[in-house]
Ligand binder design. Structure first.
Ligand code: RM4
Ligand code: MN
Length: 448
């Protein structure tokens, strides 16, 4: 993926961040960091290094510096639909100031990037983001400091798709769905994006409704035709989801099904893990480790869930799970842009303001990643080798329990960003501006 807007050099040397003061001071009271300028008296002043946390020893300082260098290279893609209106199964709740066009969605994505510094791409959903000229849309994005990323095909909203899209028993409907997938590859060509992401709402509600096996054949045929149309540098990313909207069986219900189809297709086909698309209790980090090892992990759709596909802000329901996932990513060497994994958000902000919710999600992923990077891997692996279960678990938990917020605040300051992106966005006046400007027209949302 192209990543414009990242012209600042990476940290030149490990230790850079730990060895100099950046922008602001932190004070410590009762082991907790407190910002300077709060009129504190008698508190100890330290060089942004928490007690018992990162930076207390030379080894910790090095770990912190390494973590900062890696975090600086982290990239997260935001979804165009995350900026539009959305709702529950029962109602869409409109908000003032939401975008009315794909261009306005890009404006919002560029705004998020301005405050986070690590979200330089935005994924599109077709036809929600259909425009006449995709080359112009791509240029519009670049002019605003972002680029178009993954293209999502939508074969789940036309009346024809009631019984499925690419697995529909009617050949004419299948043809229509496949033609849409091929059109999305044309869009990749026009935008310069690399990835086509496919999620199918296909499945059945009743035993006997259709042949499960025939539907697998139809799916394989549709994927093959689409795969054959890909250019050398393009990928097909296949997402799975265990249920909904179909309730008896789903045609791509799990990572195993997606993996098997991707294996059959070839190197340019990889699996998408949407963190909300599993049965409760599923060990997602196992799936991450397995797919990474097999070279078949292509992308993430990050979000949080308490029950089903809740699409809440990532890291809100289970930050520990997010940490465990990011730990596998870090251990698999898969965090950097070179690893070719698209780290995307796929969320649906119903009751919260959209732009700050996206910013918060990005920060949550950053925090989970920073904690994963703070794990003392040599202590952990030594404990594993000697079969010391408690010590191994403690080494991992030490990473999770590290307060990485000061590290991230310093990193942001070093990148020329506000240490608190949500607050900075709130002060920026952008929310008031879009509320005043985006009056009239049709607000974007599900189906628009
Ligand atoms: C689906 C799936 C897809 C997303 C749509 C909007 O549940 O997660 O990734 O594009 O929702
Ligand atoms: Mn998804």
């Amino acid at each position: 993926m192209a990543t414009p807007g990242h012209t600042r050099p990476l940290l030149a040397t490990p230790g850079h961040l730990a060895c100099r003061r950046i922008g602001h001071s932190l004070y410590w009271r009762h082991g907790q960091p407190v910002r300077a300028g709060t009129g504190l008296e008698g508190v100890e002043k330290r060089e942004h290094v928490p007690q018992g946390g990162w930076g207390d020893t030379m080894a910790d300082t090095e770990t912190t510096a390494r973590a900062a260098a890696v975090l600086r290279t982290q990239r997260i893609e935001t979804p165009s639909w995350g900026y539009g209106n959305s709702g529950t199964r029962f109602k869409v709740f409109p908000q003032e100031g939401v975008p009315r066009t794909p261009y306005e969605k890009i404006d919002d994505a560029a705004t998020v990037h301005r405050f986070t510094g690590i979200t330089p791409t935005v994924s599109l959903h077709i036809p929600w983001d259909a425009v006449e000229d995709y080359g112009l849309l791509a240029k519009y994005a670049v002019d605003r400091g972002v680029a178009l990323g993954v293209i999502n095909a939508n074969t789940f909203q036309d009346d024809d798709y009631r019984l499925g899209s690419v697995t529909n028993p009617a050949p004419g409907v299948r043809r229509k769905a496949i033609d849409h997938l091929l059109e999305c590859v044309d869009i990749l060509d026009a935008t310069g994006s690399h990835d086509l992401k496919l999620w199918f709402a296909d499945g059945t509600n009743y035993p006997g409704q259709d042949s499960i096996r025939a539907r697998q054949d139809r799916l394989a045929e549709a994927l093959q035709e689409t795969y054959d149309r890909l250019g050398d540098h393009q990928r097909l990313l296949l997402e799975y989801k265990f249920f909904e909207p179909a309730f008896y069986h789903t045609d791509v219900p799990d990572w195993g099904t997606s993996y098997a189809h991707c294996l059959q297709l070839g190197d340019k086909a990889q699996v998408v893990i949407d963190t909300g698309h599993h049965a409760p209790g599923t060990n997602i980090e196992f799936i991450v480790a397995f797919l990474l090892r097999a070279g078949k992990l292509g992308a993430f759709d990050f979000n949080s869930r308490f029950y089903a596909d809740d699409d809440l802000m990532v890291g809100s329901a289970d930050p520990f799970q997010l940490f465990r996932i990011m730990y596998e990513i870090v251990q698999g060497g898969a965090l950097g842009p070179d690893a070719g994994i698209a780290f995307m958000l796929d969320q649906c902000h119903n009751i919260e303001a959209k732009i700050p919710a996206v910013i918060r999600s990005v920060m949550n992923v950053q925090e989970a990643t920073a904690k994963a990077l703070m794990v003392d891997v040599s202590a952990l692996s030594a404990a594993q080798q000697r079969g010391d279960v408690l010590a191994a678990n403690a080494a991992l938990m030490d990473g999770f329990n590290t307060d990485v917020r000061p590290l991230l605040a310093d990193l942001r300051a070093d990148m020329g960003l506000d240490p608190d992106p949500v607050a900075a966005y709130g002060r920026s006046g952008y929310a008031e501006k879009i509320r005043a400007e985006r009056v009239g027209g049709d607000a974007a949302g599900w189906g628009a």
